[in-house]
Design a protein around this ligand. Structure first.
Ligand code: AHR
Length: 518
């Protein structure tokens, strides 16, 4: 007998109202019956480069510093990052990676060479933070590791020997050297990339030339089977697709040629003009809107690249990673232009939420992303000023999404979402993403992109509605060293009556709600 399956959709009805616009009503359906891919925890990965105060001061202060530290790593930052449950760290760059010679960063610190960081401010790099310090830091955080190799100014031999130094247990001279430097066991390298932005700072290459070099280098990159990293090829940026196509056509993974992923970069620049990018604070509505509008374009770019992979790699052996993303503004006044130091506001938290929603939707291929960068650089989690530290709205956005790490994606459909219009352009007023977490609860992440107009969300058939909301009256609300708690997430809950609850999503906000076991 034909029987209708019970619809296990969880239905939500929203009514948006603004002072200016009439109320809209929105339905959100979470399809708990059609779980998608696991959201690899490394979608929430972080990038740390030898750039400005990103590592030196931001993470590493040295054992002799007055700033309280553990083995040279500042304790306040370490503690904050532990609470963030950082799943993955990418190091040493970025553009820096293609000038980094790993041998400069091993052995007694006072004997390490002094070099110039020619990409970022031309400052002296004393190499105090090197391979051993990176892995010690990752181990303190319990994070996986992603090492970016030097294709630009290195050689196959240099790259091969670095991987051997890190991963091997054989009784070779190089492994003996690692042991002499204090590390008996091999380090765990989870990911290894061959070059960075090879279309630009990594060597101004064509995709064809890079693909050939990738094949050459990777033929020699060996590691023990039980400590084999995933190998990553440097891909394109923005709306480029030719890097993905060329790599997928020319590099056919085999036993001697590994390419586990191609990595794309996408930065959000409010004005789209690299000369005058827009300010991190004190910006007009125009730039609130344009930043959100531009950030959402990443979805088209991911979709276009994944379509190419679906055509050329139907078995889905090759991942599509985004190992650099985030906002990029004009540097804060009075700071070194080469240090990329910018404040971080509610706008950044909303942008983080929007990007996370996109990445979750494509999690089958997008198994890793790294926000740029973790401390003191671009869209940072944490800002420091010597001994002072402050947590940014982006930090809280990531913290609110911890339950999404390794959760199972649940499709969300939003009908009749109101549009946020500005000038000739518009974006959806509401963005959402849902997942079933490892604790069995369903979590819903919501963003209201509008500067005005809260949205009432009616939830049906829920067990509970408990979570957090990040919002403020001011669109550029931010924390400072003097006032570190101007903006922090606030607890949010509503009572559930007969399975029904009404949630009010404030204007310019990010919410993450635990809806219980559905
Ligand atoms: O994150 C800053 C820089 O942006 C990186 O070094 C580079 O890869 C990109 O251009």
């Amino acid at each position: 007998m034909f029987k209708l399956k019970p619809l296990l959709f969880c239905c939500f009805t929203m009514a948006a109202s603004t002072a200016l616009a009439k109320s809209d009503s929105v339905d959100i359906n979470i399809d708990v019956q059609q779980p998608g891919a696991v959201l690899n925890k490394n979608i929430y990965g972080q990038f740390m480069e030898h750039l400005g105060r990103g590592i030196y001061e931001g993470i590493w202060v040295g054992e002799d510093s007055d700033i309280p530290n553990q083995d040279g790593f500042r304790l306040d930052v370490l503690q904050a990052l532990r609470e963030l449950k950082v799943p993955l760290l990418r190091w040493p760059g970025g553009c820096f990676a293609d000038e980094y010679h790993w041998r400069d960063g091993i052995g007694p610190r006072d004997e390490r060479p002094r070099t110039v960081n020619s990409n970022w401010g031309g400052v002296i790099e004393d190499n105090a933070f090197g391979t051993h310090e990176f892995f010690a830091f990752a181990e303190l955080l319990g994070a996986e590791t992603y090492v970016n190799g030097n294709l630009g100014t290195g050689s196959p031999r240099e790259m091969v020997e670095w991987l051997h130094y890190m991963t091997s247990d054989a009784d070779t001279t190089i492994v003996r050297e690692r042991k002499k430097n204090g590390r008996e066991k091999p380090f765990k390298v989870d990911y290894f990339a061959v070059g960075n932005e090879s279309w630009g700072c990594g060597g101004n290459m064509t995709p064809d030339y890079y693909a050939d070099l990738y094949k050459q280098y990777s033929a020699f990159l060996k590691a023990p089977e039980d400590n084999m990293p995933k190998f990553i090829a440097s891909g394109g940026t923005d709306d480029q697709t030719e890097w993905t196509r060329t790599l997928a056509e020319k590099v056919k993974p085999s036993w001697s040629l590994r390419m586990d992923a191609i990595s794309h970069h996408y930065y959000t620049i409010p004005t789209s003009d690299w000369e005058v990018k827009g300010s991190a604070t004190g910006f007009p509505e125009e730039e609130w809107f344009s930043a959100l509008h531009r950030t959402l374009r990443i979805e088209d770019f991911i979709e276009e690249n994944i379509a190419i992979l679906d055509e050329l790699d139907p078995e889905k052996k090759i991942g599509f990673y985004v190992d650099e993303w985030g906002t990029w503004y004009d540097v804060d006044e009075g700071t070194n232009p080469g240090f990329l130091y910018q404040q971080n506001t509610l706008r950044d938290a909303v942008i983080a939420g929007l990007n996370i929603h996109v990445f979750n939707r494509y999690a089958e291929r997008v198994q890793m992303t790294n926000i740029a960068q973790m401390v003191n650089v671009l869209q940072a989690m944490i800002l420091t000023d010597k001994e002072k530290m402050v947590l940014t709205p982006t930090y809280y956005a990531f913290k609110m999404h911890i339950p999404f790490q390794d959760a199972t994606y649940l499709p969300v459909s939003i009908d009749n979402t109101p549009e946020y219009n500005h000038g000739d352009a518009s974006i959806p007023a509401i963005s959402a993403s849902a997942a079933k977490a490892k604790d069995g609860n369903v979590y819903l992440s919501l963003v209201n992109t509008q500067l005005e107009g809260e949205v009432d969300v009616t939830l049906d058939e829920v067990k509970q509605v408990q979570g957090q909301v990040l919002s403020s009256e001011k669109m550029d609300e931010h924390n400072t060293f003097e006032q570190p708690e101007n903006i922090t997430p606030k607890a949010y809950s509503v009572s559930v009556k007969n399975g029904k609850a009404v949630v009010t999503v404030p204007a310019k906000s990010l919410m993450v709600l635990n809806l219980g076991q559905l």
